[in-house]
Each structure stands twice: as structure tokens, then as C-alpha cells.
Ligand binder design. Structure first.
Ligand code: PGA
Length: 253
């Protein structure tokens, strides 16, 4: 079985550096001992670079980046700044940013291209709302396909080839609700995404992660599918013991 990627999306938490460091240290200790997983921590920007210079055994990710390289863009952070701060991953297009910051597919596309150009590993989030999923898995696939088409526009112009692209399938109705997707359906969606991105126009081989109410109780059932390459974990990544169990998913099954 391939190495699974477990990404902790801390979102806008915790509120102090002391708490952030305590949590990150506990995860880094657990990651040092864990086998067959790569652990990626994505703290808020305020804590990210302090932590990334201090702690080992985990990789670091940002929760967003900007599409320009430098200049008068108040409040923004460039892909190169991240790359120069021991940050290897960046989450782009999370549904919360699409919703609260009104990020469009066009903005997300520009961010994806800029981040890949800077050699960051991009975790592009896609996923359908409940109204779509109620119509069935095929409707969800169509929705996701449409997002991929827009968010990955012109990706084939990029050189070198973009093996740094990871897709996080996060059905919006599963995020923070305690109601995860059925792992068999996630696996089917993951196969669909890989198949869709394979043909000539894209020529990509992305890893696909699942996100949405992942816990230590359901992680085993999700990751036992070969076509699911890992998980993007929100709420459960803020509790050290819970996230440690997720990292050790193989041994606690
Ligand atoms: P959740 O969030 O694990 O709290 O559902 C996942 C995410 O938003 O990435």
C-alpha cells in the first residue's frame, strides 16, 4: 500500500502560539514513530513559519496563497514566501474560502498555477453541496468535473509536469457535520477524478484525499481503499490525542 498523506487543516485555530506549539509538538512526536504516512500540518499564517523552522518529522502547509509573485497586495502571501519558509504544501480553494471570501474558480485557477510554478505541492479542494448530492453520485461527479475544468484551466502549459497536484475531495455537506461520505462512494469519486485527469489534455496523476468529518473511528474504513491516498482533517486535527490516533490508523484498526 502506498504512503498515505494525512493533512491537518487547523483553520483559524488555536488562538495562542503556546497552544499551537503544544499541538504541533505532540503531532511531530507521533509522526516520528508512525509508519507509512506523511503528516502535513497547516496552521494559520501567524504560527506557521515559527513552527516550520522549529519542528521536524512533519511537513508544513499553508491554508492559502496569492497568485502574484510580489508587490502591492496588502494582506497577501506569495507562493515564493511560503517556499522560502520551509513550507511545501498549500491548500487552495477550500469551500470555506469559496463561501466566505467569495473565491471564484478563476481566482483559484490563478492560485493553483502560481503555486505550482513556485514548486509548492497544491492541495486543491473540490466538492459538491448537499443539493447536488441529493440528486445522486453522478450529479456530484459532474459538479466536481466542472470545478476541476475551471480550477485547472491551462495547467497543461506548465512545465515541468505537475506531479505536485493533489486533489482533496471534500463534499461540503460532510465538512464539520459529523456525517462523512460513505467510503465506498468516496473511492468511486476518487477513481473518477483520477480517470478524468489522466487523458491527454491534463496528463496528470494526482493523489486524491478525502475530507469531511474524518475521525479516528472512521479513518481506517476510508484509507483501506487503495484509490484514496489520504485525508484532509479539520476538527479532529485540533485534538492531539485524536489526531495521533488518526496518524496511527494502521495499528489501531
Ligand atoms: P472537518 O473539516 O474534518 O472538520 O469536517 C475538514 C475540512 O474542512 O478540511
Amino acid at each position: 500500500m502506498n504512503r498515505k498523506i494525512l493533512v491537518a487543516n487547523w483553520k483559524m485555530n488555536p488562538q495562542t502560539f503556546v497552544e499551537a506549539e503544544r499541538l504541533a509538538k505532540a503531532v511531530s512526536d507521533a509522526a516520528r514513530k508512525a509508519k507509512g504516512v506523511e503528516v502535513v500540518l497547516c496552521p494559520p499564517f501567524t504560527w506557521l513559519t515559527d513552527l516550520s523552522h522549529k519542528l521536524k518529522f512533519v511537513s508544513w502547509g499553508a491554508q492559502d496563497t496569492f497568485w502574484e509573485e510580489r508587490g502591492p497586495f496588502t494582506g497577501e502571501t506569495s507562493p515564493a514566501m511560503l517556499k522560502n519558509s520551509k513550507v511545501d504544501y498549500v491548500i487552495i480553494g477550500h469551500s470555506e474560502r469559496r463561501r466566505w471570501l467569495h473565491e471564484t474558480d478563476q481566482m483559484i485557477n490563478k492560485k493553483v498555477l502560481a503555486a505550482l510554478r513556485a514548486k509548492l505541492k497544491v492541495i486543491l479542494c473540490v466538492g459538491e453541496p448537499l443539493s447536488v448530492r441529493k440528486k445522486g453520485l453522478q450529479a456530484a461527479k459532474n459538479f466536481v468535473k466542472n470545478q476541476l475544468q475551471k480550477d485547472l484551466k491551462n495547467i497543461y502549459n506548465l512545465k515541468p509536469k505537475t506531479h505536485n497536484l493533489i486533489i482533496a475531495y471534500e463534499p461540503i455537506w460532510a465538512i464539520g457535520t459529523g456525517k462523512p461520505d460513505d467510503p465506498a462512494e468516496t473511492a468511486e469519486m476518487s477513481r473518477f477524478i483520477k480517470e478524468y485527469l489522466k487523458p491527454k489534455t491534463y496528463n496528470l496523476k494526482p493523489k486524491v484525499l478525502y475530507g469531511g468529518s474524518v475521525t479516528s473511528l472512521n479513518i481506517g474504513r476510508i484509507l483501506e481503499y487503495n484509490e484514496i491516498d489520504g485525508a484532509l482533517v479539520g476538527g479532529a486535527s485540533l485534538k492531539a490525542n485524536e489526531f495521533k490516533k488518526i496518524i496511527q490508523w494502521k495499528s489501531i484498526r
